[in-house]
Design a binder for this molecule. Structure first.
Ligand code: GDP
Ligand code: MN
Length: 377
């Protein structure tokens, strides 16, 4: 998923003709102050953290300023923030418009309808998840004709628009639709879409590009999404590794078994934290690398659940034992194994020689891991 920061989304808005406030990106307080002093951004202005999480308004990451000095102070305060785990490195300075109502408008894909839908609500400026369903209209769109006039009227009505703002919407919708189509988007969201005078202006922009189309967009190659540092390393090594909040590490093979293992641990009261999918690995070195990465996430216990097919049980066992020896004693954790299938006997023997027993029952092995993660009671 390629999530674009607000300023990048707004560059797309500009390209397709979605009306915007005038604005500039800055990376330091001094730069921000200068942009305003030189008139590149009119005063009063809004200073906005360029992070991927929402809720900036409530979280102190959107501020207003009336003078170049205030801009510098606000910019420095925001650039010093870590907002929902993300360091703020860029800010967007925009003219502060005097706004009437705040609306919500987005286009996304509805997976069950298998169609794009427009989502519209007259209650904008708040998270759409918190808006009463009755106040939201969802309009499926046939992608071939695109947004036709009666659909545009329905959206206009959902937003409560008449007169000049409705005419403004009639120009904005086709622009947003073209952007959605042409830029391979999975989501384009304007929240709030504000009524300013007689027209509409996009005060915020959230654009997500389809992962499967990312190869068509080299311009976003430098964007890292919400991967953790360990996930980033894993990606470079082509290891399927995901960090969650829990404390049990899961090593399995194949997405199906990996997901099922997470479910089983949950079922027995465990809290899976990191999981890695060895896929069809037949290289013990790869297993060692993957395991060492998992060790760095400091799990309380690790569950190795392997069904040997293409991946042979002895390959996994060999890689694992080699890795265990590289983990410093102070960072070791209980390891519970369940390996079945291709070369099972050889694998179990390798593990046994290293002091690890393989528990054949899924239930018993899962319960053993959950107990080990709780630690001595
Ligand atoms: P989010 O909270 O992360 O979604 O950030 P937004 O970009 O949506 O900004 C939060 C809020 O700041 C908006 O809902 C507006 O109320 C306010 N805001 C943003 N830009 C302007 C502006 O130009 N003028 C005024 N008056 N308010 C603004
Ligand atoms: Mn917003």
């Amino acid at each position: 998923m390629v999530k674009l920061a607000e300023w990048r989304g707004k560059e797309l808005f500009r390209k397709y003709g979605v009306p915007l406030p005038r604005g500039q990106v800055a990376r330091s307080g001094a730069e921000a102050e200068q942009l305003v002093r030189l008139g590149a951004v009119p005063l009063p202005c809004v200073v906005k953290a360029q992070v991927l999480s929402g809720g900036r308004g409530k979280g102190g990451a959107v501020r207003f300023a009336n003078t170049p000095e205030e801009v510098q102070v606000a910019a420095e305060a925001i650039l010093g923030l870590e907002f929902k785990g993300e360091k703020v490195k860029e800010i967007l300075l925009e003219e502060k418009l005097s706004i009437g109502r705040e609306l919500y408008l987005s286009i996304t894909l509805d997976r069950s309808l298998r169609l794009p839908i427009v989502i519209a609500s007259a209650q904008g400026g708040v998270e759409i998840e918190s808006v009463d369903d009755a106040a939201i209209d969802r309009v499926p769109v046939d992608p071939f004709p695109g947004l036709v006039s009666y659909e545009r009227r329905r959206i206009s009505k959902a937003l409560g628009l008449t007169g000049a703002p409705a005419a403004s919407l009639d120009r904005l919708l086709p622009a947003l639709w073209r952007l959605f189509q042409a830029e391979d988007s999975e989501l384009v969201e304007i929240n709030p879409l504000a009524i300013v005078g007689d027209g509409l202006v996009a005060l915020d922009a959230k654009v997500i590009i389809e992962d499967d189309a990312a190869f068509r967009h080299p311009e976003y190659a430098d964007i890292r999404d919400d991967r953790t540092p360990l996930e980033e390393i894993a990606r470079e090594k082509e290891i399927a590794f995901v960090q969650l909040d829990g404390n049990i590490g899961v090593i399995a093979n194949g997405a199906g078994l990996t997901m099922a293992t997470l479910d089983v641990l949950k079922e027995f009261g465990g809290n899976p934290g990191v999981f890695l999918d060895l896929g069809g690995t037949d290289d013990p070195k790869k297993v060692t690398e993957a395991f060492l990465l998992m060790a760095q996430a400091r799990p309380r216990a690790v569950f190795l659940n392997i069904f040997g097919g293409v991946t042979r049980c002895d390959t996994v066992a060999t890689g694992l034992v080699a890795a265990m020896q590289q983990v410093p004693a102070s960072e070791r954790f209980p390891l519970i194994a369940r390996i079945r299938g291709n070369n099972e006997k050889e694998g179990i023997e390798i593990l046994r020689a290293a002091g690890i027993t393989s528990i054949p029952s899924l239930k018993e092995s899962a319960q053993a891991v959950v107990a080990a993660a709780r630690g001595p009671t």
